[in-house]
Design a protein around this ligand. Structure first.
Ligand code: SF4
Length: 684
């Protein structure tokens, strides 16, 4: 009998932070089907459209197959040795002439933990710089800041499964039905069963907002105001959790005093919400025994993103809704491995495990294992790197798995910086917009062509296995980084990502007990993982991660958002759409998905459409002080008044929302204020 060539391989979805696990059935390089594992803890249900159908890009004819080297205005195909020798010699030369801090490294929250670990090790231990960052700077770093200020660790406090145990789920500035679909389905099912209430705060009436028991629409950039006013009202009514505050938290008196000016009157004036609405929010929180708050980029991508994230954590602390099952703080990570990229040290001030580069004892531990002295002061983040290129101080960059020319804010400014670099290396699966500026482009393998681990939004570490061998001459990122490091003087001998994880786990206390054996197949662990393999589904059941084990209330003030003016008189919001991923490099290459949603669009409210003569399908020109985008309009009641919505996903580079965004940013983390855009609209 002829032996079947059908193969089933377990992998982890790369399209969002939920981290669904499933088996992919293949025959040669053909994908036959994707089979969700409903026992896999992150899924519990199924997969969404991207997880189920979004994989045909792996065989796309536009995949990068060989290294490319610039010759004038074009590129020629090269062998790996020529490309890597060139990269090593140019990096060595720039380091010799300008010092190690003249080079910047951007790691990838789409790539594995092991790859992120090696990229930051290359930057620090081989090249001697802390100029290393990843794209969580664009989304969730402010949330991490809020969590660390109050609770001590930068991870979601519970697990996805535990959210359904809440009595009240509050969703702020997030659209889980499109951005975290399987998680949204779990919340929706619990809501339908009547076990929880749902409160949504957003500019847009998205799927969960339609279903919510209470939907509130504050003015853009005013979440900190209503959160603080509601917290003050709760305290004024005596509804705070005194037992929790006395035994498990510090700073209540000072925090309560700091709220003095966050009155309901002030909140009504600034947010546009009514007094009754604000009281209803407070009452819903008071009446619920267990409250979870979910938030995303509608909160973080503002000039006050870190402070608003902190205000959320303060509210949870005052009401005792943290450190218990069915409660807690859930900043929803966008990319599949945003959590892992940070955990493994792709950050300018933090070595793997969030251990400060400035701490001599920490450095000593790493220096012992890595066998080399390490740089002591924090490096540049990705926002600072762009500015330093413009100043002529950063001369070279090495980016992998990130189309920074389109996904960083103020794209024209970023692209003008890339054009000034002396040397630029881009490593990716496709020839991206960023690659247009490169001197060398290295062909990498996507997740289906490699092994390693990802850490999802609930701190869950999972293994992925090789479904196909790498296409043509492409290679997994970890292998490329290792070959480059060895050309630059290292002597790395990793034969498999398991060996990288073993080394990393010995240095990261949160991952102390993580082994590939404990992650075999569909097994997973949520950090912190003790040496004996015990993991932590819910954080802080006994102690917070602050030095004295108590949560810290942290007073914050409102940062006024950028305002509309007579010329740029419309507010432009942005986010994801269900069917597509990020800049669109992968999902727009999947025929079934591309046919269903082939183009992007801007949502225009009915009232604005009537006032400006906009019809669905009309081509409109959006202009901000930073650039222009031409796009088709969709007239809808999902948005209201002078607020527009443009998804970030587009098959056409010219339509990217970041041609409209600015370089304004959160003061603490430098996360761009992507959600503070004013534009004008013309019908073409
Ligand atoms: Fe992938 Fe997220 Fe969809 Fe799960 S919910 S299948 S992780 S995109």
């Amino acid at each position: 009998m002829r032996k079947s060539r059908i193969k089933r391989t377990k992998t982890v979805c790369t399209y969002c932070g939920v981290g669904c696990s499933f088996e992919i059935w293949t025959k040669d390089r053909h994908i036959l089907k994707v089979e969700p594992n409903t026992d896999a803890p992150a899924n519990g249900i199924s997969t969404c459209v991207k997880g189920k159908f979004g994989w045909d890009f792996v065989n796309d004819r536009e995949r990068l197959r060989k290294p490319l080297i610039r010759r004038g205005d074009s590129f020629y195909e090269a062998e790996w040795d020529e490309a890597l020798d060139l990269v090593a010699s140019r990096m060595r030369e720039i380091k010799t002439n300008h010092g190690p801090d003249a080079i910047g490294y951007i790691s990838s929250s789409k790539c594995t933990n092991e790859e992120n670990y090696l990229m930051q090790k290359l930057a620090r231990a081989v090249m001697g710089t802390n100029n290393i960052d990843n794209c969580s700077r664009y989304c969730q770093t402010p949330a991490t800041e809020g969590l660390k200020r109050t609770f001590g660790l930068g991870g979601d406090t519970g697990g996805i499964e535990d959210i359904a145990n809440a009595d009240l789920v509050i969703v702020i500035g997030a659209n889980p039905a499109e951005s975290h679909p399987v998680l949204s389905t779990r919340v929706r099912r619990a809501h339908k069963r009547g076990t929880l209430k749902l409160l949504v705060a957003d500019l847009r009436k998205h799927d969960l907002a339609e279903r919510a028991d209470l939907f509130i629409h504050p003015r853009p950039g005013t979440d900190l105001i209503w959160l603080s006013a509601v917290t003050k009202y709760i305290i004024d009514q005596g509804w705070q959790d005194n037992a929790f505050l006395q035994t498990r938290a510090n700073g209540f008196v000072a925090y309560a005093e700091s709220l003095a000016h966050f009155t309901l009157e002030d909140a009504v004036e600034k947010t546009g919400l009514s007094r009754e609405t604000l009281k209803s929010v407070a009452t819903m929180i008071h009446e619920a025994k267990r409250v979870c708050i979910l938030w995303a980029m509608g909160v973080t991508q503002h000039m006050g993103g870190s402070d608003t994230s902190t205000a959320i954590c303060n509210l949870l602390t005052v009401t005792g809704n943290v450190g218990r099952k069915g409660t807690g703080a859930y900043p929803l990570r966008g990319h599949n491995n945003v959590q892992g990229a940070g955990d493994f040290g792709a950050a300018p001030g933090l070595l793997p495990g969030y251990q400060p580069v400035s701490d001599a004892k920490v450095r000593e531990r790493f220096e012992k294992v890595w066998g080399t002295p390490l740089p002591q002061s924090a490096g540049l983040d990705n926002h600072q790197m762009v500015e330093k290129i413009h100043e002529g101080k950063l001369k070279a960059m090495y980016i992998f798995g990130e189309d920074m020319a389109l996904v960083d804010a103020n794209a024209n400014h970023v692209q003008a910086a890339f054009a000034k670099l002396d040397f630029f290396v881009v490593q990716d699966v496709f020839f991206s917009k960023t690659a247009e500026f490169a001197d060398v482009v290295l062909p990498a393998s996507p997740s289906l062509e490699k092994e390693g681990t990802f850490t999802n939004t609930e701190r869950r570490i999972q293994r992925l296995y090789e479904v196909f061998p790498p296409l043509a001459d492409s290679q997994p990122d970890w292998k490329i980084i290792m070959q480059l490091a060895n050309r630059l003087g290292a002597n790395w001998t990793y034969r498999h990502p398991e060996e990288i994880m073993r080394e990393a786990a010995s240095l990261i206390p949160l991952y102390a007990g993580v082994t590939y054996e404990r992650l075999e197949g569909f097994k997973s662990l949520q950090w912190p993982v003790q040496e004996d393999g015990m993991d932590t589904p819910v954080l802080y059941l006994e102690r917070f991660a602050q030095p004295d084990g108590k949560a810290q209330l942290y007073p914050v003030e409102w940062t006024k958002p950028l305002e509309l003016d007579a010329e740029y008189d419309l507010h432009l919001n942005n986010g994801r759409m269900l069917e597509h991923f990020h800049e669109g490099n992968m999902t727009y290459r999947v025929p079934g998905i591309e046919q269903k949603v082939p183009v992007t669009y801007v949502e225009v409210s009915k009232e604005l459409a009537e006032a400006r003569g906009v019809k669905t399908g009309a081509l409109v020109l959006l202009t901000s002080p930073y650039g222009k985008v031409k796009v088709r309009a969709v007239v809808t009641d999902r948005v209201t008044g002078n607020e527009l919505y443009l998804p970030m996903n587009t098959p056409n580079d010219e339509e990217a929302v970041n041609y409209l965004t600015s370089s304004y940013h959160d003061a603490i983390t430098h996360t761009p204020a992507y959600k503070e855009i004013s534009v004008k609209l013309e019908v073409l």
